[in-house]
Design a protein around this ligand. Structure first.
Ligand code: PGA
Length: 220
């Protein structure tokens, strides 16, 4: 089974998000070898959830973050306890959050706990073998900073080596690759033994490109 996870970052208003799902939803192959997740902004989650349910599309909804606290007096935060009405996965510790919002390994570990306590699958982004994988986290994405949004992906061989090393270090881990994945190179990554799927930023914003990515993962 391969994961394909779309990380829209801070892009798409509700109308744009609904246009994307109307194009992508009917085209995603219903195949047990594929698990497709889309992570929009918080503001589009609710409408996206409705569209996926009404269309009965084989897509799962995720968030790009969640609060390291529970419910209560934490102005501006989105706690896992409330988010789990909408999402079943959360991207945590993305390098853009570590850089722009000073997220630390400790904060990421707290977010993982919040996710696990509230039935949300935490997907932690690591920048290399040295980034700690918090306890209980079984799904990570290896995303070298030099590859993110640059059109300059890691080599599939190197990404595989890192994935294998991480799997030796932590038990029962699934490892995705992220960084400049496109429909042109996705197969080179998902055909590596140690790689369980991809986290796609820029290329996931274009509906037709994203459909191509999903279909090419299933090609023989
Ligand atoms: P990119 O982003 O595909 O645009 O390189 C990936 C990510 O940041 O998750």
């Amino acid at each position: 089974m391969k994961w394909i996870i779309a990380n829209w970052k801070s892009n798409k208003n509700i109308a744009e998000a609904l246009d994307w799902i109307a194009q992508v939803g009917p085209e995603i192959p219903r195949d047990e070898k594929l698990k497709v997740v889309v992570c929009p902004t918080f503001s589009a989650l609710s409408e996206m959830k409705k569209a996926i349910t009404v269309g009965n599309f084989p897509l799962v909804l995720g968030s790009q973050d969640l609060s390291s606290f529970g419910t209560g007096a934490y102005t501006g935060e989105e706690p896992a306890q409330l988010l789990n009405q909408l999402v079943s996965l959360a991207i945590l510790g993305h390098s853009e959050r570590r850089k722009n919002f000073s997220e630390t390994d400790g904060m990421v570990a707290n977010k993982v706990n919040q996710a696990l306590e509230n039935s949300i699958n935490p997907l932690v982004c690591v920048q290399g073998e040295e980034t700690p994988v918090p306890d209980g986290c079984k799904l990570i994405a290896y995303e070298p900073i030099s590859a993110i949004g640059t059109g300059n992906p890691d080599t599939p061989q190197n990404a595989n080596q890192v994935a294998v090393a991480l799997k030796q270090k932590y038990e029962n881990l699934e490892v995705l690759y992220g960084g400049s994945v496109t429909s042109e190179n996705v197969r080179d990554f998902v055909t590596q033994d140690g790689i369980n799927g991809v986290l796609v930023g820029n290329a996931s914003l274009d509906a037709q490109e994203f459909i191509k990515i999903c279909k090419s993962v299933l090609e023989n």
